[in-house]
Ligand binder design. Structure first.
Ligand SMILES: NC(=O)c1ccc[n+]([C@@H]2O[C@H](COP(=O)([O-])OP(=O)(O)OC[C@H]3O[C@@H](n4cnc5c(N)ncnc54)[C@H](OP(=O)(O)O)[C@@H]3O)[C@@H](O)[C@H]2O)c1
Length: 334
């Protein structure tokens, strides 16, 4: 079968190629999936650079999420059947969705939402699970003011719709020219992250999601606009407990450094009476099933910007690096 593989880690120029590989059979607790589509995510680039450190020995197949049809079931898996239409998300050390077939631990797989196509389900796996988990942590009540940074991104668009379905007033940071489209994705108010100083324009925010990786700058400013009792989820602060579920086992000195770096943000949050929750979203079937129920009740839209074949991997990865347009990039296989 064909698979897009990392051949050599590099920050500047990772070597990636489309290789012919032998399909594996599922072991106990695993399933094999014929991939229908696989999404491209910023974490794919980080993994090719060796982030958080080289977790797998090259060559290995890239891609962390997607959708497909169950082709084979390993021993001990009772819930899923051959032929089920599913969506999935892999641990960082067991990637492999950018391929015709994927063998994956069954607990990372769930039946897709009935209200979505297989392509929509695969396009939103990781970003919807991330947005949903974050919005649950914010414990949103009707009329809460929810601030979502990077609202035009994959995660932001999902989080905005999920917050709105719970009755929130949604404020997002993005580019001003994206305002009209964002209104179709449940964003009530858009602030331009390049021009507006949101700390001067906002206050009494009840819940916030920070998706921006800028060494804590956006996070620290966000804490300053929160209500006492407010809740903030940060995707940029590493969460060491979540990392274990992602099978991203960090060396002790790195874990120590992360704890030290996180400490100052927790201290600032505590002094302001704000609950700060770092999140590294991990694969978890029970949570994916809760997401599925939510989607089938409330609906969730995902814009797809462009689909590529596996052969076009170089163009697709280049688009992931440089493209500023909204919507998910996908590999579609069937
Ligand atoms: N911890 C977790 O569980 C988790 C899960 C999923 C993703 N992530 C991470 O979260 C980040 C977002 O993921 P994604 O899939 O949504 O990425 P994405 O689709 O690439 O979207 C990122 C968005 O953020 C915008 N942006 C850039 N700088 C900004 C700033 N200073 N203020 C506000 N918006 C800004 C970008 O706008 P422009 O187009 O103008 O650049 C873009 O719309 C990535 O770093 C990803 O790796 C973490």
């Amino acid at each position: 079968m064909q698979a897009i593989q990392l051949v050599k880690y590099s920050k500047k120029q990772p070597q990636i190629s489309l290789n012919q590989v032998e399909p594996a059979a599922p072991k106990a607790g695993q399933v094999a999936i014929r991939v229908h589509c696989a999404s491209l995510n910023p974490v794919d680039l980080k993994l090719t650079e060796g982030f958080p450190f080289a977790l797998q020995k090259p060559p290995f197949t890239l891609g962390v999420d997607g959708s497909g049809i169950i082709e084979q079931i390993g021993q001990g898996e009772a819930e899923l059947k051959v032929g089920d239409e599913v969506f999935f998300y892999t641990p960082f050390s067991e990637t492999g969705s950018w391929a015709e077939r994927l063998v994956i631990d069954a607990h990372c797989v769930a039946k897709k939402p009935k209200s979505l196509s297989l392509t929509e389900s695969g396009a939103m796996s990781l970003v919807a699970l991330t947005g949903f988990t974050a919005m649950q942590k914010l414990q949103i009540k009707p009329h809460d003011k929810i601030l979502i940074h990077g609202v035009a991104g994959g995660v932001g668009l999902m989080a905005a719709q999920i917050a709105k379905a719970q009755g929130a007033y949604v404020i997002g940071t993005a580019r001003r020219d994206q305002t009209a489209v964002l209104q179709n994705y449940s964003v009530d108010q858009v602030l331009d992250y390049r021009e507006d100083n949101f700390t001067q324009l906002l206050n009494h925010i009840d819940g916030a999601l920070d998706t921006v990786h800028d060494n804590g700058k956006t996070l620290q400013k966000t804490l300053s606009v929160m209500n006492r009792g407010g809740r903030v989820v940060s995707l940029s602060m590493p969460n060491l407990e979540d990392m274990v579920h992602l099978k991203a086992h960090l060396p002790a000195p790195l874990a120590w450094l992360i704890k030290l770096m996180n400490k100052k943000y927790f201290k600032q949050a505590q002094s302001l009476g704000v609950t700060l929750m770092p999140q590294a979203t991990y694969p978890n079937r029970a949570q994916m099933q809760r997401l599925t129920t939510f989607i089938d009740q409330h609906g969730l839209k995902v814009p797809v910007q462009k689909s590529f074949s596996l052969n076009d991997y170089a163009v697709a990865i280049s688009a992931l690096k440089t493209n500023k347009a909204m919507g998910k990039l996908l590999f579609t296989l069937n």
